[in-house]
Design a protein around this ligand. Structure first.
Ligand code: NDP
Ligand code: 2IT
Length: 444
């Protein structure tokens, strides 16, 4: 049996009831064969894939907090430190009721390859909790964040593990986490990224994932002879990634016409208005029904549906497994030419294969959404030298990083006999650096 298949079987057997984790490992291993086969004996002897598919450490902890009625609530907290071979663990914290250990593991595993692709010295990690921030007061959010940090502070630090935002964690939550860390440790250090500008944050970090997604999309299309200007774009999500993807799509002369949240979606024939979206989701923290009220030409629909809208480019920016096989069929039938993932693993393997088989350019999240963690890496650099760079400087470095990632994965796909397969290219290019560092460091 092929080494990659043996390891996948072990992963599935040893990690029961973790379907998202199995999916992430399968997606990576199924494309690594060409590079594994070049060094199979060495990799087997070193148990390289067994080590790469197992976290260095998982911390699981209790998070008790008091709600506004005086009732004690209890959530589970996690930090998964996947692989530190190329730098301190780095990755976001997610607050969402769907969080469990399998979801955390898939995200930390993906993050390891993503961070490698950025070219910056960051290992892979992820964390979070099954806490649901929806409908909570500011005080309840703070109480939760402080309690979470009362345990997490022991395991993180500027040179060990540097968390950031993800679903349900934005500037407000990062502020509460950072404040509690500083209080407990009596140290002022760059232990978090995505911080506010007044306490060590980087300009352009809020925009970085969405902007980076569009820089990647534009470069990928350009290398295939296509201009992004004038293209119709459908976007899912209405949070950090979606909002700034929509903004940058406009700036590139494309027209983003949809967005969505966990209850419904918007089709705006005039294009999504970024100011209204920010007002509704970031300021009011309201449902998208409020967007429709403010923009009478737009249509609000309950449930899922953005992938049924005719488009040239689709950008899933909400959550995992939100683009299924029927969605892929609808996109192909409507003439969609490119899918670039803003979210982590939003497309199922079956849908990905269908898109690729039907000639749709497909860039996986670990490459396409790497702009966020890249600017996190730049925030760490600024914190280390105790300086702040201008928006233009950060943004220009972000553009260079995204363009480089594309050309690296494109070259890797070609070198290993799968030209145009950006999934394989991203996995191989991300794997190379981590594998080399692990082998160099011995049996760790
Ligand atoms: P936000 O919390 O800012 O926004 C998430 C959006 O997706 C919201 O509109 C939310 O709806 C919707 N959503 C979340 N979960 C679900 C679900 N289960 N079903 C339907 N809709 C859902 O998160 P981000 O924008 O930061 O993250 C979005 C994706 O991008 C995630 O996959 C994340 O891992 C990934 N990512 C984020 C990066 C970052 O820097 N923030 C970097 C790289 C990747 P509602 O408004 O109703 O909650
Ligand atoms: O999935 C991701 O890359 C993020 N949520 C951002 C991680 C980071 O450390 O900036």
């Amino acid at each position: 049996m092929r080494y990659v298949d043996e390891v996948l079987q072990k992963v599935i057997a040893q990690n029961p009831a973790q379907p998202e984790f199995h999916q992430a490992v399968q997606e990576v291993l199924s494309t690594l064969s060409p590079i594994i086969e070049r060094n199979e004996e060495l990799y087997r002897r070193e148990a390289l894939l067994e080590r790469l598919t197992m976290p260095e450490r998982i911390v699981t902890f209790r998070v008790p907090w008091v709600d506004d009625k005086g009732q004690v609530q209890v959530n589970t907290g996690y930090r998964v430190q996947w692989n530190g071979a190329i730098g301190p663990y780095k990755g976001g914290l997610r607050l969402h009721p769907s969080v469990n250990v399998g979801v955390m593991k898939f995200l930390a595993f993906e993050q390891t390859f993503k961070n490698s692709l950025t070219g910056l010295p960051m290992g892979g990690g992820k964390g979070g909790s099954d806490f649901d921030p929806k409908g909570k007061s500011d005080r309840e959010i703070m109480a939760f964040c402080q309690s979470f940090m009362n345990e997490l502070y022991k395991y993180i630090g500027a040179d060990t593990d540097v968390p950031a935002g993800d679903i349900g964690v934005g500037a407000r939550e990062v502020g509460y986490f950072f404040g509690q860390y500083r209080r407990l440790k009596t140290v002022y250090e760059g232990v978090f990224t995505g911080k506010g500008l007044s306490y060590g944050g980087s300009l352009a970090r809020p925009q970085a994932t969405g902007y980076g997604l569009l820089y990647m999309t534009k470069e990928m299309l350009k290398s295939n002879g296509v201009d992004i200007a004038g293209k119709t774009v459908v976007v899912s999500g209405a949070g950090n990634v979606a909002t700034y993807a929509i903004e940058k799509a406009w700036q590139m002369g494309a027209k983003p016409v949809t967005c969505s949240d966990s209850t419904g979606w918007i089709y705006d024939p005039d294009g999504i208005d970024v100011a209204t979206l920010i007002q509704v989701k970031q300021v009011q923290r309201a449902r998208l029904t409020e967007y429709a009220k403010a923009r009478p030409n737009s249509q609000y629909h309950e449930g899922k549906g953005v992938w049924t809208v005719k488009c040239d480019i689709a950008l899933p920016c909400a959550t995992q497994n939100e683009l299924l096989i029927d969605d892929a069929k609808a996109l192909v039938a409507n003439g969609c030419m490119a899918v670039c993932e803003g979210a982590n693993m939003p497309t199922t393997m079956e849908a990905t294969k269908y898109l690729q088989d039907n000639g749709v350019y497909f860039v996986p999240g670990k490459a396409a959404n790497a702009g966020g963690v890249s600017v996190s890496g730049l925030e760490m650099s600024q914190n280390s030298e105790r300086l702040s760079w201008s928006f233009e400087e950060v943004d220009s470095k972000l553009q260079d990083i995204m363009v480089n990632i594309f050309h690296n994965l494109d070259a890797a796909a070609t070198e290993f006999g799968m030209p145009g397969n950006y999934v394989a290219g991203a996995n191989i290019a991300g794997f190379k650096k981590v594998a080399e560092a692990m082998l160099a460091q011995g049996v760790i």
